[in-house]
Design a protein around this ligand. Structure first.
Ligand SMILES: [Zn+2]
Length: 140
């Protein structure tokens, strides 16, 4: 074996030793906290789990009222408790499988772009029909 080859193998071996054996803890840090919305309390709770975001539970028990809360993702902004119509809209969307996951509109050229979530309940009624193929099954 040539010296050059031996040197390269040693380098590769050293590089291998430097690799951590276990994945670093908190690979998915607190920035991956998801909001869970409770429709009974009309509030959202942030939760962080040490699993990839796609493995987060779709629902969990509300710590206050024990009702089921829906995982509405990282970007959910809870309406004010007093804002009945916004909470109605959120509930309607979640009931139809829209948990604030990204929803896309296909373009004629084959591309796609992200669509904004509806601002009102009446917009939401059209939204859930138009994008029903992208709805999720939610065990609420
Ligand atoms: Zn609750």
């Amino acid at each position: 074996m040539s010296e050059e080859k031996q040197r390269k193998m040693a380098l590769r071996r050293d590089a291998g030793f430097r690799k951590p054996k276990e994945p670093a803890p908190n690979v998915y840090g607190p920035e991956y906290a998801m909001s869970f919305a409770c429709f009974t309390c009309k509030t959202a709770h942030k939760r962080h789990f040490d699993v990839p975001p796609c493995d987060y539970p779709k629902s969990m028990e509300c710590p206050v009222c024990k009702d089921k809360m829906a995982n509405v993702g990282r970007y959910f902004k809870a309406p004010k408790k007093s804002d009945e119509s916004q909470w109605k809209k959120v509930r309607f969307l979640v009931d139809h499988g829209f948990l604030f996951q990204h929803v896309y509109e296909l373009k004629e050229d084959g591309g796609h772009y992200r669509v904004d979530y509806p601002k009102t309940l009446s917009e939401a009624r059209d939204f859930v029909i138009k994008y029903k193929e992208q709805a999720w099954q939610v065990p609420l």
